[in-house]
Design a protein around this ligand. Structure first.
Ligand code: CTP
Length: 412
């Protein structure tokens, strides 16, 4: 059996203050099960939610808490802690520690280690939804991302404070998967190095007036996962995305758009590219005209909305021409007769491959985490893949794309 990508890795886990800290002993266990050595740094806030003893028991290592503990400083100073690790993981990452990281503060052991390190840093934020949405936190995250810090999650859901929204720390197994992805991306083969990829993702929002819009249920999970998977194989990826809650994938250039027409413009601006994967659920229609002010109820009949067709981004970019990417992959969202409709779509849109998925409500594909797809390549028998997490569908698709380019090169 292949070795787990995390086997033999050394992770310095920094636990900051937040109710999600109670999940960290489980996180340590999960990492250790996969052959990871874990040492923990616990902030004062973190120690309010998890005891050093619990972390020590599961990590079987001393837990470090105090910058000025002479024994630790002589035997295992903050520089040593960072030198020992392959990666620093801050989980949970409170709004406070993100702010301290962004500001470059060194006011406790955790902040000092984070400032003194030259190792990669990943953070798994956890906080109240308003703190997460606050412009200060948003700006701090942008600063950290620009410095190369990776962000895992957070998830959306009910929170300890009684509110609902993004801000829950990712589950331990999700964090483990993100770490594995990260190491696989760093250490794995790069068959798409030198290739430029363009990926579309998410829904589009088509305005009815300045306050209302037409949208669909696409979460962007599949398209974002494809962008991440292509980047892991070494491609230089531009991801043009409609409005989604998905975090930006690591190592990918993200261009945010709202409407189909903006998406087409952004795609054109990102050309030339060697390959295009069109995973966005582009709205087929938009409301005709430009309602500059809010439509009002005036006591009469409801307004009639006249729809006009949006440009078909996939068909436009698939059309023969000097800018056409060498490989164009579309997606087909169908609720019935999936294979037949997808085959027809492949021909109609002029793309080379189609990933067909069943989005009928019973499958839970829209917004869900898994997907059952068929890969249809022009001139070949369709492949039906088992139901897989969207990240796995993305990884397989990226590998198939890499194989296509490899074989293409051989033939040339
Ligand atoms: N697509 C696109 N631009 C559009 C509509 C669709 O680029 N205006 C792309 C999607 O990103 C996807 C593919 O076309 O790769 C198929 O999308 P889908 O919604 O399944 O098909 P439609 O074109 O909407 O066709 P139909 O309404 O017949 O299902």
């Amino acid at each position: 059996m292949a070795e787990h990508p995390l086997s033999g890795k050394r992770v310095l886990l920094i636990v900051s203050g937040g109710i999600a800290a109670y999940k960290t002993p489980d996180l340590v266990r999960r990492l250790r099960e996969r052959g990871v050595a874990v040492r923990c740094v616990l902030t004062r806030g973190g120690a309010q939610f998890v005891t050093p003893l619990a972390l020590q028991a599961v990590s079987e290592e001393t837990v470090f808490q105090d910058l000025w503990n002479l024994t630790d400083e002589s035997e295992m100073g903050h520089i040593q802690l960072s030198r020992w690790a392959d990666m620093l993981l801050v989980a949970p990452a409170s709004a406070n520690i993100l702010a301290r990281m962004a500001a470059g503060m060194a006011d406790d052991l955790a902040a000092t280690v984070l400032l003194a390190t030259d190792k990669p840093v990943l953070v798994a934020p956890a906080m109240n939804v308003r703190m997460w949405d606050h412009p200060a936190t948003r700006a701090n995250l942008e600063t950290l991302k620009a410095r190369g810090v990776g962000v895992i999650g957070p998830n959306e859901g009910a929170m300890a404070c009684g509110e609902f929204g993004p801000g829950r720390m990712s589950e331990p197994l999700e964090i483990v998967a993100a770490l594995a992805d990260w190491f696989a991306g760093r250490d794995g083969p790069k068959p798409l190095a030198g290739k430029r990829a363009l990926v579309t993702s998410g829904p589009t929002h088509e305005p009815i007036d300045p306050v209302r819009y037409i949208a669909n249920r696409s979460s962007g999970k599949q398209g974002h996962a494809v962008a991440a998977a292509l980047a892991r194989l070494g491609a230089a990826v531009t991801l043009v995305s409609g409005p989604v809650r998905e975090p930006d994938p690591q190592g990918v250039t993200v261009v945010g758009v709202e409407t189909a027409r903006q998406m087409l413009d952004a795609c054109r601006a990102a050309l030339p590219a060697d390959l295009l994967v069109a995973a966005a659920a582009v709205a087929d229609w938009r409301v005709e005209g430009d309602a500059a002010s809010k439509l009002k109820k005036d006591g009469g009949a409801p307004p009639a909305l006249r729809l006009v067709e949006n440009p078909d981004i996939l068909a436009t970019l698939s059309a023969p021409g000097p800018q056409r990417p060498a490989l164009v992959v579309g997606f087909a969202a169908e609720t019935n007769d999936v294979l037949a409709y997808a085959q027809a779509k492949l021909a109609r849109k002029g793309c080379d491959w189609i990933v067909a998925n069943d989005v009928s409500p019973a499958t839970g594909t829209f917004g869900g985490d898994s997907n059952t797809v068929h890969l249809i390549r022009a001139g070949a028998t369709p492949e039906t893949w088992p139901t897989l997490p969207k990240t796995e569908v993305a990884a397989r698709l990226a590998t198939a794309i890499a194989d296509h380019f490899k074989n293409g090169t051989k033939l040339a």
